[in-house]
Design a binder for this molecule. Structure first.
Ligand code: ZN
Length: 420
């Protein structure tokens, strides 16, 4: 690879600024900025062409082409020959890359005015499609394999300067805010990335929903986390739980995994201790503070996926339409790994019915009264437990009602443990 020969033939056809010329050879060596590479190449070309013009009486065309880029030494030399220099804007960026650093003041100003308290940032630039297209064509035309994308260069140069001015680090993977700069127009927008908080919730009372507010109900978990909105000065909060229980079901034991998404916060400097203090006030719902931590965005999808494979332990109190005897208990006790087929329960209003299969691993029944049985059920996540007990008029099979030839209905249901 001969960058000098290549650069000379590119400049024969196109005027490029030092940034855009150097960027074509960005992958050749480290520790230099593109305009330094471009200038180095131009300096070398200047030496070659000036030598040729002076000693061999040729190469004036190339010298004039180099001068039209604005290369200082070449411009001076051409003028010393009494020739006119035809200065031309860069074919790729039209001079945009010279102006990049000039945007920093406006960025620092916009960040200060936004009032956002953040720890890390990332810079994203918008560059005109036509510029990107011209660069790509050039790379293709000259078969260049060592170039860098113009956007990357702009992001890097701006990021470096902004970092210095703001005194905050760039985080490419999980920045608090993304500063989006339109390099052409100079307009700046700031995107606030969500914060994720992981915990597990324990629900000691019945009548607590997860998200929706239902009149007459005790409350919702969504309401219980509401104070976080003020703490983070956020626009909104979203709950992502590993499954859900009905509002009349208690969630006991080790609690249900929950990720709270804090949307568009203004304050990223909240410590996890402050979050803990804010979440510790409620008596209705208990948040596991020992499990409390900031989470990664990817954990939300993982949480949803895991909810289906978690093993769960339930306790149900069921009423039977006929007395339960020892034989009934034995039948339930001996059942192992039942694959239960469930059509979407009648109580769930959904247009499209679906069939789901979940495994009930084992059951421990206890007789509480002649027609009241307490059932401990170990099952795969996602089982409709009430329907597994009452049979949902045949839409769930097998069911406890079906196994006993009786009609059972659930009076109370608790989730005792989620094993993950
Ligand atoms: Zn340029």
């Amino acid at each position: 690879m001969d960058p000098i020969g290549k650069a000379a033939s590119i400049l024969d056809r196109y005027t490029l600024c030092a940034h855009c010329l150097g960027r074509l050879f960005a992958l050749m060596g480290y520790g230099l900025e593109n305009h330094e590479r471009g200038t180095a190449i131009m300096n070398l070309l200047n030496m070659v062409h000036v030598y040729e013009v002076r000693n061999e009486g040729r190469g004036l065309e190339r010298l004039l082409a180099l001068a039209s880029t604005g290369h200082r030494a070449t411009v001076d030399y051409v003028r010393s020959l009494g020739l006119k220099v035809d200065l031309r804007p860069c074919y790729v960026c039209g001079g945009l890359m010279d102006r990049v650093e000039g945007l920093v003041d406006a960025v620092v100003d916009a960040v200060a005015k936004s009032g956002i308290k953040f720890r890390t940032f990332e810079v994203g630039t918008r560059i005109d499609e036509a510029i990107l297209a011209r660069e790509m064509e050039l790379v293709k035309e000259f078969g260049i394999t060592t170039s860098e994308n113009i956007k990357r260069e702009a992001n890097r140069r701006l990021g470096r300067l902004i970092r210095r001015r703001l005194g905050k680090p760039v985080d490419k993977n999980r920045p608090d805010i993304v500063i989006v700069i339109d390099v052409e127009s100079g307009s700046i927008s700031i995107e606030r990335m969500p914060i994720y908080v992981y915990t597990r919730y324990i629900k000691h009372s019945r009548g607590v929903t997860q998200v929706q507010r239902i009149p007459g109900m005790v409350g919702s978990i969504r309401d219980e986390v509401e104070p976080l909105k003020r703490l983070f000065m956020a626009e909104d909060l979203y709950l992502h739980a590993a499954g859900r229980e009905d509002m009349d079901v208690r969630m006991l034991g080790n609690g249900r995994p929950l990720v709270i998404e804090v949307s568009k916060p203004m304050n990223y400097e909240v410590t996890i201790e402050e979050v803990a203090r804010t979440l510790s006030g409620s008596g209705l719902v208990m948040f596991r503070l020992d499990e409390l931590r900031y989470a990664a965005p990817g954990e939300v999808t993982a949480l949803k996926a895991e909810a289906k494979t978690h093993v769960k332990l339930y306790r149900a109190l069921a009423l039977s339409d006929r007395p339960i005897d020892e034989g009934d208990l034995k039948r339930l006790e001996e059942a192992r790994n039942l694959v239960v087929s469930q059509l979407t329960p009648r109580r769930i209003k959904r247009r499209r019915l679906k069939r789901r299969r979940r495994t009930v691993y084992s059951m421990w029944p206890y007789l509480v009264g002649p027609q009241v049985v307490e059932l401990f059920i170990r099952a795969q996540g996602g089982l409709y437990v009430k329907e597994f007990i009452d049979g949902d008029m045949g839409r769930t099979t097998p069911s406890v009602s079906e196994m006993l030839g009786a009609r059972l209905s659930v009076v109370e249901l608790d989730v005792l443990a989620i094993y993950d």
